[in-house]
Design a protein around this ligand. Sequence first.
Ligand SMILES: Nc1ccn([C@@H]2O[C@H](COP(=O)(O)OP(=O)(O)OP(=O)(O)O)[C@@H](O)[C@H]2O)c(=O)n1
Ligand SMILES: C[C@](O)(CO)[C@H](O)COP(=O)(O)O
Length: 238
Amino acid sequence: MSDRLWLVVPAAGRGRRMGADRPKQYLPLAGRTVLALTLARLHAAFPGARLCLCLDPEDARFDPAEVPFADWRRVPGGAERADSVRHALAAIADEAEAADPVLVHDVARPCVTVDDLRRLAAAVAEAPAGGLLAAPVADTMKRDDGAGGVRGTEPRAGLWHALTPQGFAFGLLRRALEAGGAAVTDEASAVEALGLAPRLVEGRRDNLKITHPEDLALAEAILAAQGLRVPPHSKDRA
Ligand SMILES: Nc1ccn([C@@H]2O[C@H](COP(=O)(O)OP(=O)(O)OP(=O)(O)O)[C@@H](O)[C@H]2O)c(=O)n1
Ligand SMILES: C[C@](O)(CO)[C@H](O)COP(=O)(O)O
């Protein structure tokens, strides 16, 4: 695999489950926005990477000064997360080589650590089918009966929560997402559908995807526990 790293950050979601007055990537968190903190973590891990940021074409809140990368581009998001990632891959197709590693990371996961990011990138470089950060399921798993009751208890052995980033060689990822349909909720599932087995790289359980209103306070507490030093907005940098 080549060592030219691409980062794709899908950030074109509407945050319907959050139910806020704006998409969740623009909500304030630890003195910045969710988007600014996520990009700051990625930049701290990979300052020389090339970034593709997927944004809603009608997004008027985006502030380019929040992007710490020197080499980056804005790409129009699609109807679903996978469509946004497909658009990003199409946008870099003229420049990216098949072996270039691409890490896809949700803008809604600002608590990912630099250590997890780098461990995932290192694992992906060695894994022909790519890989993803993941955390083993820690709770007993119930299956509902469709009427508010329990139909049964599912064995949890071998079950993992899929986190992001998820990383693959550019050529493989593009082929997998082109073959994958509307049901693709993460990159790994598209690669699995090709008959391949992406590597599970155990990541921290606090790599939370901010989804519901209560997740904001959790994310703030996680960032504080991780000893976050809030990166300054570019207009405040010396
Ligand atoms: N059409 C879409 C939908 C989602 N995303 C991104 O994919 C990530 C994971 O999606 P999710 O947590 O579901 O975010 P939203 O779609 O914003 O939330 P909701 O499903 O509650 O509306 C987020 O970073 C989101 O911005 C995207 O780029 N394009
Ligand atoms: C990609 C992902 O973060 C893996 O857990 C997740 O599937 C994205 O969120 P969505 O709610 O499925 O869009």
